[in-house]
Every structure is written in structure tokens, then in C-alpha cells.
Write a protein that binds this ligand. Structure first.
Ligand code: SAM
Length: 624
């Protein structure tokens, strides 16, 4: 029978694109197709009505789909800006003095950025003024805007969040912590307008939708409605991929929905088998990296190499090399060519030594695979609790140097530092930095107080993030900026910076943020990808050190992914990887709690519209 989810025709498109999600997209779609078709062939699910019938039906255009969804769950006000009323969950200890009784969601006029495309500050238990609500760029811009920011795990999680948010919006009684905004302000309204106290008319929430776990392990637990929604999502998104404007987002939606669908329909033993497959893949990649197979293989278009020649070049027995290669060709990482040759794929090219992903694999192998092996012993030694850190973390325990912090350990090995920097390069390209925080007031105030430090990048490495800001905002003068980092990092960075137009004139502060207070009274203290490296107690100490230097009008910014509860798969993975270095991913509520312990309050949240990344702004707790 003809497959309902006919994705073969889309494979060419996916094959032509180059990013981290390719392997996921292909494997997941293939798996979806096989699994779903298998069930159709057996008639097992169709007969029970779990999966929509394969009869052709008109596929709605993206705008129609978005409109249908929004019409379904909301009313539309006169300006064409949609508002959704979602009651607050009952809780005795919530203090939402600035917020309305009923929480509202603002949806862009096109309806395509439901629960995205805006920023907000209010989550249950967090009391911040509605003035911090701002809109960010729309979803399509987020995915198509930057050449460097194609599909990524973050964006896939963004897609997962978008799907979750959509479902949560229609769930009047479900968990609302990450689903919606709190202030009833349209993106067009000024941010200082007070929140409406009543939800607009015609915004009665619909009946609750059943819960919808995401990802493997959800086997058999999805409702028929959710399965239909996912199948429809895949069909529509696959159709949308042909349009250049919507292709990235469409592809991410396809992957996200497909992952959830696979998790729901794959039989449990297959889920466990897939773990074994992953373990074996990881092991084969590791061996091939250490033999430099990916570097030695010819990388030209259409080129391949015989197993015999490759075996000779890497000094391995041919029979052994073939078995290892099969593990990778059967999973799409390498390509086997009949009768006895093997070729690179775009995925295996990324595993070469000079590639950021190749370095990232090595870092992850140590931090996750090797550290995992000693985790039982680690927890025996330190107790079954989150690592406290900054030292005595699983990675330093693994190295037999428990007394060291992660970065102290790293800095002992120059080769590993280089690898880490290469790996970070990819994370920096994938993760949004600009386009979230509202810079106007910073620039105005900096101009009014030219002798005051405007921007202090705490743990700013070699100034790479500051460069992005100075490039985007030339009014941010070098003399009003500082980068603070460990002495050895600052020493190396200072030298390089002298030849860099964007960093010339910037102040460099050798500094240990566990021990010292940074320069007093700056306008902004910016911490990007610092918080997640540390436990709550260590982070509280870092924030408290900075709070001691802040003036009432100073702001501390934390730029991180905001995770949700329960997290989508890549968020969960990142959190797990962070555990091994003593860190963690956090929800907005968790950031609020850590800030409060350090004498700070959340004064604004600026979300990226297409990914889970955000800038959380803090002010001194006792300031206005
Ligand atoms: C994950 S990197 C983040 C770098 C940069 N902020 C970014 O977003 O790409 C963490 C940075 O914190 C610095 N760092 C680690 N421990 C530190 C400490 N105790 N005091 C100051 N900086 C530290 C590291 O050297 C590194 O540059």
C-alpha cells in the first residue's frame, strides 16, 4: 500500500542542507515512515482509529493551519491581535501583584507565532512588572535570518516547545508554567501599559486536552487527538518545506513531531534496542576518531576509498575495519559502496578533527560517556545528590583530580583547551546572542554617562560575544566595555585583541568570579553561558559577588536556555551533560530562586522566538 507519510520525495531536499539536524531528520523520518506504515499494513492502529486514515485530504496552507488553530482556541479582537485567556493554576503561594487574575497569551497577527514572538516576564511564582514584556522577531525570521543559525538541537527544542506551547494554550487546566505569557499586552502596545485585569470577551478556553509526553518512552501514551495533530503537523510541514521562507521552521516542526510520534508508536523493545544501537555507534565513532579514519578518508565530492586501502592507511586489520565501518554505514554516518568501498557523508565529514562537531564529540565523549561510567562510584563517594561544585564534580573525579574545577582541569591541557574552543565555536553559532535584549536604554544611558562602564562581560572568554554586540551596536564604545575572565584566559585574549578593531580599547580584567567582586557600578553585567556550568549554591555565590558591585540602576543579565518541565529531549540531554561538570539547565522559576538568594529580583525576560534561549534581567532586590 502507498505510504501515508510519504517522505521520500523530501529526502533530496534534506540531503542538500547541511546542519546538525540532518541525520536526525533523515533517520527519524525513515523510522516514522517504517513504523507507521508497518502499523497501517497490519491494520492495527487504523482500525482502532489511533492514526488518521491515509485517504488523501487537502493539506492546508501554513496560514490556513495557523488560522484554524488560533480560531479554534481563541477569539480575535478588533485590531487583529489575538489574545488567549488561560487561568492561573490554583496555588496558595503565588504572588502576582502585577499580573492579572487570568493569564493571557499574545499571538502575532499572522497567527504563526503562537506562544512565540514575544517576551514576557511572568511565570508562576515570579512577580515582575508587565513593563518587561517585549516582542522579539518572529519565528520565520529566527530560523531564516542568519546563515549561521540553521536548524540545531536548540531550534529543535524550540520546535518542541512551540508544539508544547500550542497544546498548552488549549489546555485550560494543564500546567501553565512554560506555556504562556502573563501580561495581557499586544505586541503593538507600549511595554509600559498596565496589564488588563479582565480577559477579552470571546476568549473562553476550550476543554482540556489530555497530557502529551514527548519523546521516546511515551510509547502508547498519546491520545488519538495528539497523534492526529502530530501526523497532520508532519504532513503540513513536509509540504511547507518547498517554500524557502518556511523551510527551516517546517523541517524543525517535522523533526519535532516525528520524534514524538516515533516515541509513541515504537514498541518498547525497539526503544531499548535503539539504545544499544546508539551505544555501538558512539563506540565506533570514538574508535574511528582515534584512528583518524574520518581525516584520512578522501573528502572530495563523489570520492570513496576501498576498505583494503583504508585499513592499510590506518594500520588496522581489514576485517576489523569493515565491521566497524558497517556500524556507521548501516546508521547513515558513512556510506558503503558496492562491492568494497566506503565514502564520507555530510555527517561523517563533521566528525573530522578540524571540525567543531568533531571536537564537540570528543568533549561529550569524555564528559558524558566516560564520566557516566564512573557516576555510580562518584555518587557512592559524594552521596546521591546533585554535585555541589565547583570542584569535586564527576569530570574531575574521573580525572583523579577531584580538587579541581572543570575549567582548572581543562586549562591544564592546552590541546583540550583548543578542542573546547573549537567546540564552543559551534555552540556560539547555533545559539542566538543578539536580537533578544533591548539595548536602547543601555545605549542612551551609556551616552549620558561616558565615564561609566556600560558593559562588563563576566566570563567573557576572548571577547567573542562582546565583539558581536559592538558590531551590532557601534554606539557601545570600546572604552565603556570590559571583559573579565581567569588570568590565563585574559592574558591570551588581550594579545589577540590588540589586532582586532572591535576589541581595541576594551578593558581586560583578570578575575575569579567565585572570589572577587567585579568593577563597581557598571550599567550591565553580562553572563552568557556561565550559570549553567554551576550548581545553585555556586551560582548564588557568583551572583552575590556581582550584586555587591551593582548600583540601583545596574542590571545583571543571564543569557541561557530556559528549560521547561518536563524538558524536551535536547534540553534534557544538555542538562545531563551539565550534571557531569557540576552544572545544570534551569527554568525561569529556578533562575528567579537563585537570583533571590543572591539579593536580586528578575526585572525582565527577553526570549528568543525560535529557540528556548533567553536573556533574564536582574536588578537589586531592594531597588525600584
Ligand atoms: C562556557 S565559557 C562561556 C564563554 C562566553 N561567556 C560565551 O558565552 O561564549 C565559560 C567562561 O567562563 C570562564 N571562567 C571559568 N571559571 C571562571 C572563574 N572562576 N572566574 C572567571 N571566569 C571564569 C572560562 O574561562 C570561560 O571563558
Amino acid at each position: 500500500m502507498a505510504p501515508y507519510l510519504n517522505v521520500d520525495s523530501q529526502m533530496n531536499y534534506i540531503n542538500q542542507t547541511s546542519d546538525f539536524a540532518r541525520a536526525d531528520a533523515i533517520n527519524t523520518l525513515k523510522a516514522v515512515q517504517q513504523v507507521v506504515n508497518g502499523f497501517f499494513a497490519q491494520g492495527s492502529l487504523r482500525d482502532k482509529g489511533f492514526i488518521p486514515t491515509p485517504e488523501p485530504s487537502p493539506i492546508p496552507r501554513p496560514e490556513e493551519l495557523a488560522q484554524a488553530i488560533t480560531n479554534d482556541i481563541v477569539g480575535q479582537n478588533e485590531t487583529g491581535v489575538l489574545s488567549i485567556s488561560v487561568p492561573m493554576p490554583p496555588s496558595g503561594d503565588q504572588d502576582m501583584k502585577d499580573g492579572p487574575d487570568a493569564r493571557s497569551v499574545v499571538v502575532s497577527e499572522s497567527g504563526t507565532s503562537i506562544a512565540s514572538g514575544y517576551t514576557t516576564n511572568a511565570e508562576p511564582g515570579i512577580n515582575v512588572p508587565a513593563s518587561a514584556v517585549r516582542q522579539t522577531s518572529n519565528v520565520t525570521q529566527a530560523f531564516s535570518g542568519g546563515a549561521d543559525r540553521t536548524a540545531s538541537s536548540d531550534a529543535i527544542d524550540g520546535g518542541a516547545n512551540e508544539l508544547l506551547n500550542r497544546a498548552n494554550i488549549s489546555d485550560a487546566s494543564g500546567p501553565s508554567s512554560e506555556a504562556v505569557a502573563a501580561a495581557d499586552i499586544s505586541p503593538r502596545q507600549q511595554q509600559d501599559e498596565p496589564p488588563a485585569s479582565q480577559p477579552p470577551s470571546g476568549t473562553e478556553p476550550k476543554a482540556p486536552t489530555p497530557p502529551h509526553p514527548v519523546g521516546p518512552g511515551a510509547t502508547g501514551s498519546l491520545s488519538p487527538e495528539r497523534l492526529r495533530f502530530l501526523a497532520n503537523q508532519i504532513s503540513c510541514s513536509v509540504d511547507e518545506m518547498s517554500s524557502p521562507e518556511t523551510s527551516e521552521l517546517a523541517r524543525l516542526r517535522t523533526v519535532t513531531a516525528a520524534m514524538e510520534l516515533v516515541g509513541a508508536v515504537r514498541p518498547p523493545p525497539d526503544t531499548i534496542m535503539s539504545l544499544f544501537v546508539n551505544m555501538s555507534m558512539v563506540s565506533a565513532v570514538k574508535v574511528f576518531q582515534s584512528w583518524r579514519v574520518f581525516d584520512i578518508m578522501p573528502a572530495g565530492k563523489g570520492e570513496s576509498i576501498s576498505y583494503a586501502e583504508l585499513a592499510e592507511k590506518v594500520n588496522a586489520e581489514e576485517a576489523l575495519l569493515i565491521r566497524m565501518a558497517w556500524m556507521l554505514s548501516s546508521t547513515g554516518i558513512l556510506r558503503h559502496e558496492e562491492p568494497d568501498r566506503v565514502a564520507h557523508t555530510p555527517t561523517s565529514m563533521m566528525l573530522r578533527e578540524d571540525q567543531p562537531m568533531g571536537s564537540m564529540f570528543k568533549i561529550m565523549y569524555t564528559n558524558v560517556v566516560e564520566a557516566s561510567a564512573i557516576l555510580p562510584a562518584y555518587f557512592e563517594t559524594y552521596g546521591r545528590r546533585e554535585p555541589v561544585g565547583p570542584a569535586h564534580i564527576p569530570t574531575s573525579f574521573l580525572a583523579g583530580k577531584s580538587e579541581l574545577e572543570y575549567f582548572e582541569l581543562l586549562n591544564q591541557d592546552p590541546e583540550r583547551v583548543k578542542m573546547f574552543m573549537r567546540a564552543m565555536a559551534i555552540s556560539n553559532r547555533r545559539v542566538p546572542t543578539l536580537g533578544m535584549y533591548e539595548m536602547d536604554s543601555v545605549l542612551t544611558q551609556a551616552a549620558e554617562e561616558p565615564d561609566r562602564l556600560a558593559w562588563v562581560d563576566v566570563g567573557g572568554g576572548n571577547g567573542h560575544t562582546l565583539k558581536l554586540f559592538r558590531q551590532a551596536f557601534p554606539a557601545l564604545r570600546a572604552e565603556q566595555c570590559a571583559v573579565q575572565d581567569l588570568p590565563e584566559v585574559v592574558e591570551a585574549a588581550k594579545e589577540l585583541a590588540e589586532n582586532d578593531e572591535l576589541l581595541r580599547g576594551v578593558q581586560w580584567h583578570p578575575f575569579n568570579f567565585h572570589k572577587q567582586s567585579p568593577v563597581k557600578g557598571a550599567l550591565i553585567y553580562y553572563l552568557r553561558h556561565i550559570a549553567r556550568d554551576y550548581s545553585d549554591s555556586v551560582l548564588t555565590n557568583i551572583l552575590r559577588n556581582i550584586a555587591q558591585s551593582m548600583r540601583p540602576d545596574s542590571r545583571l543579565l543571564i543569557a541561557e536556555q530556559l528549560t521547561v518541565t518536563p524538558p524536551p529531549v535536547y534540553s534534557a540531554f544538555k542538562d545531563y551533560a551539565m550534571l557531569t561538570i557540576g552544572g545544570k539547565e534551569r527554568t525561569l522559576e529556578q533562575f528567579n530562586a537563585v537570583g533571590a538568594a543572591a539579593g536580586l529580583r528578575v526585572s525582565g525576560v527577553f526570549r528568543d522566538s525560535g529557540t528556548p534561549h533567553a536573556v533574564v534581567e536582574f536588578a537589586l532586590a531592594n531597588s525600584d
